[in-house]
Design a protein around this ligand. Structure first.
Ligand code: CP
Length: 309
């Protein structure tokens, strides 16, 4: 099956095929309505959305996107399944593969995703793990290119936590050919493994402790929340990240038409000032909308489509 576990599992051409299909399905959209044809490409197909962690964008965009493509959706809460009472992931995967045609899993344990994919005979999509968030990067690249044209050769600054979204961005920089500068505090470094992999595949990546150095002349400045629900070291994190807030002054270091991007949810006043978040440079709600379109492209790819319409 065509699993989508990490950006680095695909080729640049495959990522491009997904993004091209995403743009085509978006162009078909008529305002809020997506025209449903009798030959809807995913008619008769069923998506299982297994969300072990809270989600707004991932859950709703997959649910709406699958239905717009003609398919059905089952939203599954792992704690309400026999998984929560000890049934193995291997058996769960083999059972769900008999009912479903594609499975999205958001989990707090990366190994659970790998195990599900190992045993599933239908495509498995990473809906976010502590290690990576590849579906977010599809939407981010799509959004950048809608506003500023091809991302290849452009410079992207990631400022803040070297987290799961940063890992997927690092991998994408190798496959899509953009320059990446990451500014992170001590103790919150981006994945060394991802950087080594990306550099060995031609990526141009700079790491620094200085947010101004990362932002200098960048075409987009990206950050993410500093503290997630349940972080028991919230105060320590706030202290460490304070110099990494995206401010108007920092954005002035970037290119004059630089975009501000954030995968949301945002904590305005923490990782970004209200002035930047609400500025014309901010495309955060376009990013959120593009979760829908890019994931429709991804679903089509998982079902074997390499082009559509
Ligand atoms: N950006 C993102 O993944 O949002 P949710 O956590 O709301 O799905």
């Amino acid at each position: 099956p065509r699993h989508f576990l990490d950006i680095k599992d695909l080729t640049g051409d495959e990522i491009r095929a997904i993004l091209n299909m995403a743009s085509r399905v978006k162009a078909k959209q008529d305002g809020r309505r997506f025209p449903l044809h009798p030959d809807s490409p995913l008619s008769g197909r069923a998506l299982g959305l297994m969300m072990a962690r809270p989600s707004t964008r991932t859950r709703v965009s997959f649910e709406v996107g699958m239905k717009q493509l003609g398919g059905n959706v089952s939203v599954l809460s792992p704690s309400d399944m026999q998984l929560g009472r000890g049934e193995s992931i291997a058996d769960t995967a083999r059972v769900l593969s008999r009912f479903l045609d594609v499975i999205v899993l958001r989990t707090g344990e990366d190994e659970s995703l790998r195990e599900l994919a190992r045993w599933s005979s239908v495509p498995v999509i990473n809906g976010l793990t502590p290690i990576s968030h590849p579906i977010q990067i599809l939407a981010d690249v799509m959004t950048f290119e809608e506003h500023r044209g091809p991302i290849e050769g452009r410079t992207i600054a990631w400022i803040g936590d070297g987290n799961n979204v940063a890992t997927s961005l690092i991998e994408a920089s190798a496959l899509l050919g953009f320059h990446l500068r990451l500014a992170t505090p001590d103790e919150f470094d981006p994945s060394e493994e991802a950087i080594v992999w990306a550099r060995s595949n031609g990526a141009n990546i700079i790491t620094t402790r200085d947010p101004h150095e990362a932002a200098e002349g960048a075409d987009a400045v990206i950050t993410d929340t500093w503290v997630s629900m349940g972080d028991d070291d919230a105060e320590e994190r706030q202290r460490a990240f304070r110099p990494y807030q995206i401010t108007e002054e920092l954005m002035e270091n970037a290119a004059s038409d630089a975009l501000f991007m954030h995968c949301l949810p945002a904590h305005v006043g923490e990782e970004v000032t209200e002035g930047v978040f609400e500025s014309d440079a901010s495309v955060v709600f376009d990013e959120a909308e593009n979760r829908l379109h890019s994931q429709k492209g991804l679903l089509l790819w998982c079902f074997g489509f390499d082009e559509i319409f």
